[in-house]
Design a protein around this ligand. Sequence first.
Ligand SMILES: [Zn+2]
Length: 83
Amino acid sequence: MILKLLIGIVIVYVLYKIVSGWNAIAAPSGKNLSPAGEDLVEDPICHTYVPVSDACRLSRAGKTLYFCSRKCLDTFADEQREP
Ligand SMILES: [Zn+2]
């Protein structure tokens, strides 16, 4: 019977809409997250954002600074040494 088939299609369509609506609500919306959901940190030298796990770390005055590369870390260390 054609009517039963149409009702079935409508039910499937409505269920699909509800499920995709839930996914949109459940999706993370943090702007400071990388695609993997990892926190990004700003390099104070070149101002690029790098994932925490990929960053070079330097502890300074109780704070941890993050750099995109060893080169930026060295640049920062050189700047600190100057009077
Ligand atoms: Zn850098």
